[in-house]
Design a protein around this ligand. Structure first.
Ligand code: ZN
Length: 126
């Protein structure tokens, strides 16, 4: 059972890895991909309370110009609580960077950094 006072769950729905419950992501980084094995998201019940930002799934890394797409659970978590994450993954650089290095695709809106957690993503296109 998840803790009702802690609305965080992992993107793979499994339990967090050992020693990572309070870390920026529930599992360590996989050196093959540069991404964590999973990421924190808000529960579906918490996300269902309503979004305070548009649900946007694609962002541009201003440093390299690369586009990355997030999964819907992560995109909805950000839209529900923009202070949840502080860093996100660039699928081109294959590393995590502070949110202020990114804009939402098709906009000049900088993703505003919030908390200590990190986000994953996948490269757009082939
Ligand atoms: Zn990049």
């Amino acid at each position: 059972m998840s803790d009702p006072n802690d609305p965080k769950v992992t993107t793979n729905k499994g339990p967090p890895g050992p020693g990572t419950k309070t870390g920026p992501a529930p599992e360590p980084i996989d050196p093959e991909t540069g991404q964590h094995g999973s990421y924190w998201v808000l529960t579906e019940a918490e996300r269902a309370k309503g979004f305070v930002r548009p649900v946007r799934t694609k962002y541009l890394h201003r440093t390299c110009g690369g586009l990355t797409r997030m999964g819907s659970a992560i995109a909805e978590t950000y839209a529900r609580d923009p202070t949840f994450y502080g860093s996100t993954f660039c699928a081109v650089c294959k590393t995590h960077h502070p949110l202020e290095e990114f804009v939402w695709d098709g906009t000049q809106d900088i993703a505003v950094p919030g908390g200590p957690l990190v986000v994953g993503g996948e490269m757009l296109g082939s």
